[in-house]
Design a protein around this ligand. Structure first.
Ligand code: APR
Length: 317
């Protein structure tokens, strides 16, 4: 049977995901948006390429939640991006409202789905969807680490003049400027970055600059685009996670997941490495952190908890 993938949000990320799903022949697609015309228009446009791209899939646009019924995977990119003059709090309130609606739709029509949330502020929005949908925490994850790690891998690869997928590196913590690049575990073709620094292939200063550029990765794209934010790599990143679930591939990916004592935290969604397979999050991997990494991770978690508290006050819960 074909997989059914529901995309909530037909904006830049939703549209790109729908196109990629068709090209990768991953399954039938339902694109949901409050703006029905955008959802239907993008679906029709993609469907019209099926003879050229050789896919035989149903690509449907809708503004009716009943159409996501029994989706295997639901990927959420609905919401608003921060506009000039809009505070972080305003964004939080608006997108939390969107997540509540989305969670209700998922609870009613796709309670067995694997749910991937992309909407920012990520670690809070994914928590909101999990809480309001009532789905188990292993089935609701946030996409950030795969994107941030992919940026880190590209920048390291460029500096070392190697192909990016030879670079193994991951980023932990919250999705924002407090993310923690776990450079101590990064390697190129099995050789650690520290070893490469010792060999003179790259300097410590270059690595530090790359870490800073990664933390600023989203903002760099926003600045260039002028309107909107990154969407190609966010779309690819979420689909890598969806594929790991649908194929039961047990891929190790950094995702925002709900901790239950791991890393010394409980009831907080934050980025850590996990194994994704047919049961969703099948393992949370607790990597050893040195004191500096621990401190950075704690700052990152502190920031999420602070925002969560603020959100609770604003939203009155
Ligand atoms: N229900 C469904 N869709 C909604 C709702 C809602 N309540 N509110 C807004 N949308 C839709 C909009 O109509 C729009 O089509 O969400 C879509 C968002 O698309 P874009 O503005 O193009 O944003 P995009 O670049 O796709 O990013 C979406 O992901 O990375 C994050 O920060 C980013 O939060 C943002 C989200």
């Amino acid at each position: 049977m074909k997989n059914k993938i529901a995309l909530i949000g037909a904006g830049n990320i939703g549209g790109t995901m729908a196109h990629l799903i068709a090209l990768k022949k991953m399954g039938d697609v339902v694109i949901f948006d409050v703006n029905e015309g955008v959802a239907k228009g993008k679906a029709l446009d993609i469907a019209q390429s099926s003879a050229i791209e050789h896919f035989d899939l149903s690509i449907k646009g809708t503004s009716n939640y009943a159409d996501i019924k029994d989706a295997d995977v639901v990927i959420v990119s609905a919401g608003f991006a921060r506009k000039p003059g809009m505070s972080r709090d305003d964004l939080l309130v608006k997108n939390a409202g969107v997540m509540k609606e989305v969670a209700e739709g998922i609870r009613q029509y796709a309670p067995n789905a694997f749910v991937i949330v992309i909407t920012n502020p990520l670690d809070l929005m994914v928590a909101e969807v999990q809480e309001k949908s009532g789905l188990p925490a292993n089935k609701v994850v946030g996409m950030a680490g795969v994107l941030d790690s992919s940026r880190l891998r590209l920048f390291l690869a460029e500096a070392l003049n190697v192909v990016p997928d030879e670079v193994n590196a991951f980023v932990l913590g919250g999705h924002g400027d407090t993310m923690v690049s776990m450079i101590r575990y990064a390697s190129v073709g099995g050789v650690s970055i520290q070893e490469l620094i010792d060999m003179g292939r790259i300097t410590k200063e270059q690595v530090d600059q790359i870490i800073a550029r990664t933390a600023d990765g989203g903002a760099e794209v926003v600045k260039l685009l002028q309107t909107g934010s990154a969407f190609f790599t966010p779309a690819s990143s979420a689909l890598l996670m969806a594929e790991a679930y649908l194929r039961d591939s047990k891929r190790v990916l950094p995702c925002s997941v709900k901790l239950n004592g791991e890393y010394g935290y409980k009831d907080i969604y934050v980025g850590v490495p996990v194994v994704i397979g047919k049961n969703g999050v099948e393992q949370i991997i607790e990597v050893h952190m040195n004191n500096e990494e621990k401190e950075k991770f704690q700052i990152s978690c502190g920031k999420i908890l602070e925002m969560k508290k603020q959100a609770a006050q604003i939203l009155g819960k």
